[in-house]
Write a protein that binds this ligand. Sequence first.
Ligand code: PMP
Length: 403
Amino acid sequence: MSVATAARPLDRVADFPAIPDGWAYLDTAATAQKPQAVIDAITRGYDTTYATVHRGVYQRSADMTRAYEAARRRVADFIGGQVDECVFVRGATEGINLVAQCWAGTQLKSGDRILLSALEHHSNIVPWQMVADRVGAAIDVVPLTADHRIDLDAMAAMLTPAHKLVALAHVSNVLGSVLDARRAADLAHSVGARLLLDGCQAVPRMRVDVGALDCDFYVFSGHKLYGPTGIGVLWGKADLLDTMPPYQGGGAMIDKVAFSGTTYAPPPARFEAGTPHIVGALGLHAAINYVEGIGLDAIHAHETALVGATREALGQLNSVRLFGPEDAAGIVSFEVEGVHPHDVGTILDEAKVAIRAGHHCAQPLMEILGVSATARASFGVYNGLADVEALVRGLERVRKIFG
Ligand code: PMP
């Protein structure tokens, strides 16, 4: 076996204490491993600098508030938004639910329509179904092209003035397909619909500028960006966030509370009820510094080379079927004919190769692909050609075992 395509090496594995020698971690699309810089930021947050935010009258709390708000500014810079447009949430799932409940739940009415695509993650399907049921809206589904991209020509033909919202993955977590997000925004806006982009798989592997994309909402999770779990970002255009009612009630989201009636803080505080994940925000700040220190363009080039090498090598193996487009970002889904992906995953694990096997929270997509599950290899800054070679060796062993 030879992996012919040259990947530009990043060689950052030494930054990641949880990746032992000889372990091919190919499950970054599920969650990224953490660099020491992020672990240090989290540790520092709790050991010598810890205090609550926004309420304390003492110096330590004021310092922590500054650090928490500095993390928000860093997020805003990272995606090209304004600081007050960045809401800290638990992750992409919570961000989408927030928009579904607070924006769609108040703006949509019976007869309105929501447009999703066939490759969406359950977290970009179920919240819309819940709100559609509640308000009497309907959901339409954009099909995929033959090479597994969201079919924007089909979308153009489907959109009507009844569509008030389009919600699409910027990068598919199963196929790695990259959306032409700007075109999707222009199409949505041409009928007066808003566009939400699920950026979970995009922010760790390509530069994102919400202004250039001209989307209306953008969500992502910190843990897929080498940051902590439990912290993520909802970005929304200021005029939209302004009109939205609170998501949850509690401390920190109010202007004035009285039993005769309560008024709410402006965004983003309006959407951050309760004591936030303070140290999570600090960890996310460190994660953004980490990826920007490497450079998103360099990360993208690195992962694109690894995807190319993987597709080329797997394409030469008998009975491996590849899904997704040739130019997928950081993710390769495949099937070994006649072998359940869980068996593939288990045998690869014995060979110290960690992949994901299953429906990847995209059951409608599995149906379209005609499979119950796929095996998925996904890459990060710590992967190199040795990991691709280990994957290919492991798959050759799968073939031997299953004849
Ligand atoms: N959307 C996509 C494309 C994802 O890959 C994921 C995570 N697998 C999510 C949404 C949900 O993210 P989280 O579970 O971190 O909220």
